[in-house]
Design a binder for this molecule. Structure first.
Ligand code: CP
Ligand code: NVA
Length: 303
């Protein structure tokens, strides 16, 4: 049966561990310049409704390095952009491709694609989740801390797609996720309910300072996700006090690391000094997208 990865919960704890182990192995092999054409003759279609640097390039380079091929598909250049239905597109693409990765505005678009595709579908970011990002993030946390099950991860900012996947993955990794958001931008109740039902350890903090006290990982992301640009002024006002800056970091543990999925907006959710500072691991995170993506593709496509 084909496997879709629409949510980080679509991987079990053991599968998540396996993917991250494969990613670590592929990272070492790449440093030694070893060939590993595990996906020769496999093809990945990549549909992007929104912009991307890391997701697009890590998947495309990843497929190339594994001996396969990736196709960038702009919906505007497909018949999809002229009204061909997603279910028809799904069936046709499934006749050509080994897997489909899609970045979409609405999670339901990805669900519709997955329902009708007969090859694996991977969520490359939706309004609800960003599971591929979180794979690379867990890999990065493991590189810094080893075991992640006893970590405390503080989320400071918008209760958005990245935050949702980080919350849900607590149910797979065991870490505690402590969330500080303005009330209006709290994670959706449905996500919190799903995470709780799956066994996540979630706490809500009333201020950013409370969230990061004793935290091992401090994570933030843009206040204005793709698709919410018209709300910019209201959001900038609502997130006043949520900037991860050096003053806020004085309340953090000296060993804490700072994460950001990127792209960053220096002076908004994070300062230049913090992203360029000693605690920042954001470039490792970005690199690990490549290794994690490759590992996920191997897990889904290698016989
Ligand atoms: N973090 C992330 O997904 O980056 P892109 O939007 O550049 O793909
Ligand atoms: N939350 C951001 C993540 C970008 C990778 C967005 O959805 O735009």
């Amino acid at each position: 049966m084909k496997r879709d990865i629409l949510s980080i919960l679509d991987l079990t704890h053991n599968e998540l561990e396996e993917v991250i182990d494969i990613a670590g192995d592929l990272k070492k092999k790449r440093k030694r310049d070893e060939d590993h054409p595990l996906l020769a003759k496999k093809t990945l279609g990549m549909i992007f409704e929104k912009a991307s640097t890391r997701t697009r390039i890590s998947f495309e380079v990843g497929m190339f390095e594994l001996g396969g091929h990736a196709l960038f598909l702009n919906p505007g250049d497909l018949q999809l952009g002229r009204g061909e239905e997603m279910r028809d597109t799904a069936r046709v693409l499934s006749r050509y491709l080994s897997a489909i990765m899609i970045r979409a505005f609405h999670h339901r678009t990805i669900e519709e694609l997955a329902r009708h595709a007969t090859v694996p579908v991977i969520n490359g970011l939706s309004d609800r989740e960003h599971p591929c990002q979180i794979l690379a993030d867990i890999m990065t946390m493991k590189e810094y801390y080893g075991d992640v099950s006893d970590l405390t991860v503080a989320w400071i900012g918008d209760g958005n797609n990245v935050c949702n996947s980080l919350i849900l993955s607590s149910a797979r990794t065991g870490y505690e996720i402590r969330v500080a958001t303005p009330e209006r931008y709290a994670p959706p109740a449905a996500v919190l309910a799903a995470a709780n039902a799956a066994g996540a350890r979630i706490t809500r903090a009333s201020t950013p300072r409370e969230a990061l006290a004793d935290a091992d990982v401090i994570y933030t992301d843009t206040w204005i996700s793709m698709g919410t640009e018209t709300e910019r002024d209201a959001r900038i006002a609502a997130f006043s006090g949520y900037t991860v800056d050096e003053v806020l970091l004085e309340a953090a543990s000296p060993d804490a690391i700072v994460m950001h999925c990127l792209p960053a907006h220096r002076g908004e959710e994070i300062t230049d000094a913090v992203i360029e500072g000693q605690k920042s691991v954001v470039w490792d995170q970005a690199e690990n997208r490549l290794h994690a993506q490759k590992a996920l593709l191997v897990k889904l496509l290698k016989k």
